[in-house]
Write a new protein. Structure first.
Ligand code: EPU
Length: 353
């Protein structure tokens, strides 16, 4: 059964083969043996039993942060749950529950338009709401974990819905319990956001702060909508649109090094771009490291490094995961030989099973 039929039609939970090439933003060729589409909470007890029998199942949102193999044997669950619910509103914040299958940017845009502020720096990030906590999405000075109240999930082993508090999600930089070893334990069904009533724009990120939109405005004139528009403008200018050129945003994390390692590197590379962290460590701009190794705009067959942002790997069309991962390894090795820093891949690399 094709994916489209499953999506459109009924509440069927019979897994069927599916071509996932257009269900991952890198556009990597992927044939999956068994795919089901989750459309309603009521389907979970039945799907839950299937998950118990398929311990290496894989959950797919919009496929914007995954590297899919050309053949995928394990059960794939495409999460298509929809809905936005205001849970409570009081003097300090609004609490809103958003279903995992909602599009992330559409949610940010509608929240901003309704006067629920605090997510505007995260506009235009591709993907679904349910995928956002997995890698703790972050951009332009804000991380999801700062606005997230809790995550509602189906706990596979216990066969029941549970609520994980922000602390239980174990968030770190592009990291959470949902991305680590515990990954197969939960299926995220919705995310609850706590959005502050006393809103202040976050304009700490240098590139955002210097955007033309803020040049003639006094601080009190800056609205969440203006911030959202500025963020979208910056992203559109330098990040490729996945519907035009396959990509998964940043392909590597910005590496964390010790202060001593940073000082040693800085002595050799005066222009090194780096961000001091609260814990005394230093985060290096991987894009700068990669560009400095000469890879910006580099192309190897169907894959390459984006010409405007060296942290983004692209699929020019028809690429498979193996080609892309070979390029990633070549970049990581060159960066390590040059700077002594090992880059870590940011998206989830899915095994063929
Ligand atoms: N840089 C270069 N060459 C490049 C790219 C960047 O020299 O090719 C330098 C820039 O000049 C700048 C610094 O590196 O001084 C940082 O660049 P940028 O502002 O573009 O941010 P980034 O560190 O490359 C991170 C996130 C992005 C997020 C932006 C804005 C990670 C892995 N990436 O990128 O997130 O949008 O900051 O906050 O943390 C994503 O995760 O998919 C993603 C796009």
């Amino acid at each position: 059964m094709s994916n489209r039929l499953q999506q459109k039609g009924t509440q069927t939970l019979v897994p069927g083969p599916s071509d996932l090439t257009s269900f991952n933003t890198l556009g990597l060729a992927c044939q999956a043996d068994q795919v089901v589409v989750l459309q309603a909470h009521e389907q979970l007890p039945e799907l839950g039993r299937q998950l118990l029998q398929n311990t290496d199942f894989f959950i797919l949102g919009a496929g914007s942060n995954v590297v899919l193999p050309s053949q995928l044997a394990p059960l794939v669950v495409r999460v298509a749950l929809k809905g936005i619910d205001l849970i409570e509103e009081h003097s300090e914040h609004v609490l809103v529950a958003v279903a995992a299958g909602e599009n992330w940017h559409d949610w940010v845009a509608s929240a901003t338009a309704r006067g629920w502020f605090g997510l505007e720096n995260l506009g235009l990030i591709p993907g679904t709401v349910g995928a956002a906590p997995v890698q703790n999405i972050g951009a332009y000075g804000v991380e999801l974990c700062e606005r997230l109240h809790s995550v509602r999930a189906w706990q596979v082993a216990e066969q029941k819905f549970v609520t994980l508090s922000r602390e239980q999600c174990g968030f770190g930089y592009r990291d959470s319990v949902f991305k680590r070893a515990e990954r197969g334990q939960w299926l995220i069904v919705s995310v609850q956001f706590a959005l502050p009533k006393a809103w202040q724009p976050v304009l700490t990120y240098p590139e955002l702060k210097k955007h033309a939109a803020f040049a003639k405005l006094a601080a009190h004139e800056v609205s969440a909508q203006i911030v959202l528009d500025a963020v979208c403008d910056i992203r559109r200018r330098k990040l490729p649109d996945p519907s035009v050129l396959g990509n998964a945003g940043s392909f590597f994390k910005n590496p964390l090094v010790s202060s001593a390692q940073y000082q040693a590197l800085r002595a050799r590379f005066a222009e090194l771009v780096a961000y001091p962290q609260a814990d005394g460590g230093v985060k290096l701009a991987a894009g700068w490291l990669i560009e400095h190794c000469g890879f910006k705009g580099y192309r190897a067959g169907a894959v390459g490094v984006h010409a405007q942002q060296a942290l983004v790997l692209v699929n020019y069309g028809g690429a498979q995961a193996t080609e892309l991962l070979a390029l990633a390894e070549k970049i990581a090795q060159t960066v390590e030989q040059t700077f002594g820093v090992r880059l870590e891949i940011e998206p989830v690399v899915v095994a063929s099973g």
